[in-house]
Design a protein around this ligand. Structure first.
Ligand SMILES: [Zn+2]
Length: 407
């Protein structure tokens, strides 16, 4: 059992105010936090006297504590990290990109564990203590990437939590892929993935039903990559909602990318958002600059949970990207014109699984005694400054232990 300790001089957000010129500010104060067994067991104002308990004390020097980030769409198996610089080959279309990926899968498989570890390290240093990763399950390398990623995650046990998705990148309805997917579920994958039931499998119903069959067979959640545009994409999500309802899989699935929701008429997007909320289907976005975004604010207004991720990067698909999910929140603020303190600060919820230090009314809601001692520490006036200015992460704590930098 980890010993109890005190974190001294931690800056926490305590409220907000708007001045007569309509500038909003976040109010903060310094606190001493008692941490024990991975939890916060006391929060004292800086002016209160510390007990003479002989516990270890670490002075955080006034750094701001915010909730840790969740990287909700990644591909730990694909990155080139650790292999030296290589950009992507030019392609004419998606088919050629998939062909190129297939060609190099075997070459990359032996280094999966090392490459995934570099990616985990990068994500962790940027503040993500949870990683949802998709892992190729395909006819070329079978379960090899899964084995490599699981080995890497095992070494980071206690420092990151994860969801490991068996992902049929090269199509589900071909050769022995459904059998491989089942094998992956028996070999450590914790969720079932899917990919463009129309665009790749060219059989929307069969692809979705097969996905749900595997999910119910293994009693796991689902996260489907959906790049299919416009009404085809809409039809796929609508059909998936029917299947979720039939199977009783409410709250157990997500659609990644979902560009189509931003391409259909707004009235239809509102109706779809109601159904997504009803079945608690989440939307994962990587905030791409070159695609139509799903309407995140519209979805949010309907109560649909949205989460952001970095996606795979520095891989056969693209050499660009940083592994900093905070940057995704920043980019979303830029794209959507969020500029004031409260709107920027509230955008944090999309990278923290909904947790923000202040609520929309500017009242303190986090952290509380008995919460997990999971924090990102930054030198910032507020979470809004952190997001707007992409402030560097000084330290990351999970379950009461520093996981970055290690100490
Ligand atoms: Zn992806």
């Amino acid at each position: 059992m980890m010993e109890a300790k005190w974190l001294l001089n931690v800056k926490l957000e305590t409220g907000s105010y708007t001045d007569e010129e309509n500038y909003s500010y976040t109010e903060t104060n310094l606190f001493h936090l008692r941490i024990e067994a991975g939890k916060i067991t006391a929060i004292l104002e800086k002016t209160e006297e510390l007990p003479h308990d002989g516990l270890d004390r670490k002075d955080m020097g006034g750094l701001l504590a915010v909730p840790t980030f969740k990287e909700m769409h990644n591909h730990l198996d694909k990155t080139y990290m650790g292999l030296g610089w290589r950009s992507s080959r030019p392609v004419k279309n998606l088919k050629q990109r998939l062909k190129y990926e297939a060609e190099e899968l075997k070459e990359l498989a032996p280094s999966t564990k090392a490459r995934a570890s570099r990616m985990i390290e990068t994500l962790l240093s940027n503040g993500s203590t949870h990683i949802r990763t998709h892992i190729n399950i395909d006819p070329y390398i079978g379960l090899k990437n899964l084995e490599g990623v699981l080995a890497a995650l095992e070494e980071y046990k206690g420092r990151v939590t994860s969801e490991v998705i068996a992902f049929p990148q090269h199509g589900l309805l071909r050769e022995n892929v459904p059998a491989l997917m089942r094998e992956a579920m028996r070999s450590g994958a914790t969720m079932v993935g899917g990919l463009d039931p129309a665009g790749i499998d060219q059989a929307v119903e069969e692809s979705l039903y097969t996905t749900m069959d595997i999910a119910t067979e293994f009693n796991v959640d689902v996260d489907i990559h959906l790049h299919d545009d416009g009404h085809v994409g809409w039809y796929t999500i609508d059909k998936w909602l029917d299947i979720v309802e039939e199977a009783g899989w409410k709250g157990r699935s997500a659609i990644s990318h979902a560009f189509c929701i931003g391409q259909i008429p707004t009235a239809r997007a509102h109706a779809l958002a109601d159904r997504l909320k009803e079945q608690d289907v989440r939307i994962m976005s990587t905030i791409p600059l070159t695609k139509t975004l799903p309407p995140i604010e519209l979805l949010d207004q309907h109560g649909v949970q949205v989460h952001l991720g970095c996606d795979g990067f520095y891989d056969s698909w693209s050499p660009l990207g940083t592994g900093d999910v905070l940057e995704k929140a920043t980019t979303f603020c830029e794209i959507s014109g969020r500029k004031d303190e409260i709107q920027i600060a509230q955008s944090l919820k999309w990278i923290t699984n909904g947790i923000t230090p202040l609520n929309e009314a500017g009242e303190k809601v986090w952290p509380n005694v008995q919460d997990q001692a999971d924090f990102v520490f930054v030198d910032a006036a507020s979470s809004a400054e952190m997001i707007a200015r992409k402030v560097p992460r000084k330290a990351v704590m999970m379950n009461g232990a520093f996981v970055y930098p290690l100490s």
